[in-house]
Design a protein around this ligand. Sequence first.
Ligand code: FAD
Ligand code: NAD
Length: 466
Amino acid sequence: MQSTNVLVLGGGPAGYVAALRTAQAGIATVLVERDNPGGTCLNIGCIPSKALIHAADEFHRLGAGGQAARLGIVASPPTLDLARLNEWKQGIVGQLTSGVRALLKRAGVKVINGDALVLDGKTVEVRSIDGDAGTSQRIICQHLVLASGSAPAELPMLRFGGKVISSTEALVPQSLPDSLIVVGAGYIGLELGMAYAKLGTRVTVVEAQDRILPAWDTALTRPVQRRLQALNIELLLDTRLVEGDADAGTLTLQPSEGESRQIQAERILVAVGRRPRSAESGIDRLMLDMDGPYIRVDEQCRTSMRNVWAIGDVTGEPMLAHRAMAQAEVAAAVIAGQRRRFEPQAIPAVCYTDPEVVVAGLLPEQAQAQAGDVLVASFPFAGNGRALTLDAADGFVRVVARRDDHRILGWQAVGPNVSELAAAFTQSIEMCARLDDVAGTVHAHPTLSEAIQEAALKAMGQGLHG
Ligand code: FAD
Ligand code: NAD
């Protein structure tokens, strides 16, 4: 039996950041993780997916009909060494996860590689995985931080196995399938579906809703839909899955109008969301207050049980790494006796499709509903010199602001590398900037960020280049 002040269950972005911060504050901290530190994000999520997307972009650019040819660059058709690609990608994962391991060690966190089972709000049993395999130990803690994350959601009629894979398997392909069906046109379905198409796979995307990335408006996602078409990705919207055969790789589909049909592919990627790991590892024994499948927390990440905290995907949407890390900072600070709250004005969301999409703060419709009369203005990348020199001018930056005092409520963009605009968007919202704060800031030329200034000018009726 060991005892510690803080025990963190899960070493993903939520758990490792919380453990680092409590240990840095001089609090005895144990982190239990059954796999590599870094969680979904570093091992099987954000990082390997972005590496695969980048490699697919490079490959496609050089291929027949790729953008390089438009610029007068003609290479012999490129070939793909998939083993080397996987090695490069896993190398990045290894570099980052060993970095996290080193940070934890330097901060003095005791990391236990094992399977955690919560016995009660102060006691966790850990079954060792490495070293003394099969042995278990009990750890008593004053604070229990639940950061068990999430796992791919399964469809009852299409369980994982056979030809049916989740993002985890899709990220380390041992061979490239000739054909791939993607179920779900959300973040994962479109990011990975586009990457596979660029590597040469024939891709079909099936989506239950009547549009792609359904959380966002169609104006914002239209450039992505255009690109799906250009990549010859078949898009079946408003289509319900009736049944699936994982061994044969066939799906029976029912479109909202018309006859049902069957489609078949070498592999089927199911990307219909993620389920929080809130009903396993003994967490359900605590009988915590829940929000549906998620653990309910207050603005300090406290659960309904005293000194039991929850952070990251296990607490709900948006299930994003930067939200998980920001919650972790707050929970750790509160445990360390500081007064902190998790109350961001905006949590940016980026979808790494081609083109990329970024959303921070309120969409026009949400702003209208919350603030009444709002100003909305868009500036197209077709009028931005930098976008043209990148040969990627389909897209725009859009701003949403209050009409009465011009306070900025939201930003959206779709276009080349717009993920990098997320910081400017979020800072302006967090700092309660008004349109003229942004419009009056000198923006470097030629940069994509000039479209931010132009959108703000346009919202004030003072558009310069459009
Ligand atoms: P996790 O990262 O899931 O970590 C939880 C950890 O807890 C895991 O390591 C797990 O092994 C461990 N664990 C669980 N139970 C136990 C137990 N009983 N004992 C021991 N250990 C346990 N987000 C972004 O912001 N940007 C992106 O670009 C992005 N891309 C993504 C791409 C993909 C393909 C996927 C799947 C996700 C992506 N995400 C992205 C989401 C992001 O990965 C998650 O939001 C983030 O990892 C959540 O962090 P977490 O710490 O809450 O949970
Ligand atoms: P998602 O919620 O983004 O998209 C799921 C899609 O599947 C939705 O469009 C939904 O309408 C559709 N769908 C659901 N059931 C269906 C069915 N039976 N048939 C057809 N379509 C169906 O989920 P995801 O793509 O699995 O990603 C999971 C989470 O991981 C995301 O919500 C996000 O939090 C995180 N993530 C983030 C990033 C990023 O930040 N760039 C990238 C990947 C994943």
